[in-house]
Design a protein around this ligand. Sequence first.
Ligand SMILES: Nc1ncnc2c1ncn2[C@@H]1O[C@H](COP(=O)(O)OP(=O)(O)O)[C@@H](O)[C@H]1O
Ligand SMILES: [Mg+2]
Length: 387
Amino acid sequence: MAVTKEQVMAALANVAAPDGSTLPQTRALSEVLVTDGKVFFSITVDAAAVKAWEPVRQKAEDAVRAVAGVQSALVALTAERSGGASRGPQPAHVATQPRAAGAPAAKPHAHQHGAPKEQPGIPGVNAIIAVASGKGGVGKSTTAVNLALGLRDLGLKVGMLDADIYGPSLPKLLAIKEKPKTIGGTRLIPIERYGMRVMSIGFLIDEETPMIWRGPMVMSALTQMLREVEWGTLDVMVVDMPPGTGDAQLTMAQQVPLRGAVIVSTPQDLALIDARRGIAMFNRVNVPVLGVVENMSYFLCPQCGTRSDIFSHGGARHEAERLGVPFLGEVPLHMTIREKSDAGLPVVATEPDGEHAKIYRDIAARVLAQLKGGGGAKAAPKIVIEA
Ligand SMILES: Nc1ncnc2c1ncn2[C@@H]1O[C@H](COP(=O)(O)OP(=O)(O)O)[C@@H](O)[C@H]1O
Ligand SMILES: [Mg+2]
């Protein structure tokens, strides 16, 4: 017998909110998702009221589990900072329908194009940069990690935020198995790794959470990762963004007060078309594109050291020049990068004297120069990286 949403809602009608109304009557309840006997939803409440709501979350979970046919129930309590007109993280139930770009905004302050300029930064965090790609699997996370480590090597205090809802990679790439601890039950302490402070959406969203539910959840999770984490003082925070250029990415780019974006692309044409969309997306929300990294640019044979341009290398550099965004460098396709990366031992941290580490550090230096120059829009400088 399949469980229906109506049955779940009926069960939730017996759960009282702190003000005495029933849970479905409050605005706190997100879309309720029922798939194959698994039930998921979130309750989004004011950060100050989290304590009062935790028993409600527990009761809601128990009530849903008691419904015949329910195999599991996951109820997330997410905190929303109160603060009236000047800020407004989207409650999960609003975020279920991301607004199409250009459509009128219900809350214009938070969603207008150009909003990043008006967005409150994170106290103590000097600059937030996004690492993005037009599609998945191009090495965005690998690049983000090694770029962050490169910035660390330049003497900066660095944080990393894994916002890739579709495939959080930082737990794997940085071999993080522990969950972050909290202070006072609400503020999360980032995990320290290789001298960086790290938070991943993988810590907040259960691996089993179905894809369709991630979209609605992500705004509150993102807000939590930005605002409810003890980031401390950081020179730069590197954000591993979800791949793609759709509404979800656009909304996210608008939610995070970004100083700039780094686009990762492979040399193939298709990837470049996607990369172009990425650049257009950041332009639309007035986030400067700090530059393009060509990943898997050429193949370096681990045995003989011979270089082959298997993916018609050079496309990204050419494209960057054409679009007038800086070209940040090319990273070879190399077994060591893959092995180290997937083993949670990123090359910049574990082989700091190697040729790959040097490439990433050079990229980091160019990113830093862009940040210092406040740039991103100007023509690409000629950069030569010797292989
Ligand atoms: N320059 C590279 N050389 C070899 N393997 C790479 C390189 N960059 C990424 N990879 C590998 O490609 C796969 C996808 O990379 P990942 O960073 O997870 O991509 P994304 O975050 O874009 O999905 C991983 O197995 C990673 O180790
Ligand atoms: Mg990834």
